[in-house]
Design a protein around this ligand. Sequence first.
Ligand code: GDP
Ligand code: MG
Length: 163
Amino acid sequence: MMPVVALVGRPNVGKSTLFNALTRSRDALVHDQPGVTRDRHYGICRPEGGRAFSVVDTGGIAGDEEGLSGATSRQARQAAAEADLVLFITDAREGASALDAEILAWLRRSARPVLLVVNKSEGLNVQTVLAEFAHFGLADAVAVSSAHRQGIDDLIDEVLERL
Ligand code: GDP
Ligand code: MG
């Protein structure tokens, strides 16, 4: 069985863009409007010389009044709970938010291995970007720019080390 990697994070951090970068597909619906990707999307990442793994693009954990109990969030949590590795996606431009912290608290309870991915890092200093998220206490973090395909190969290496 192919290992499963789930992309989890609040809306608009770039999960679907990262999904496309990893699977090199247009399967995921990318949109400026937060929360547009409602369904789970599955794709396959086939790294050169590495083990293929399946990638799940979740709809995002919403920050509306339903919070973590909303339907979209429930689906994302389900996908995360079934994954071999969770990529917890955040946004370098917006920094660490309260919703990020809430999602991480839930991820910790789900006891899945988590790798922090700070997206939208193009043109920023990687050390500065990662320092913004240091208080999350996650040992493993990668800065990427999904839209510009920067750091994606390093991210894939980090993923393969954990599968
Ligand atoms: P999702 O809601 O988490 O799936 O986020 P999307 O993939 O739909 O992306 C939300 C917005 O962020 C879109 O306007 C993307 O073009 C933009 N975006 C995604 N990745 C990057 C990135 O690496 N850099 C920048 N600057 N914008 C990005
Ligand atoms: Mg999306």
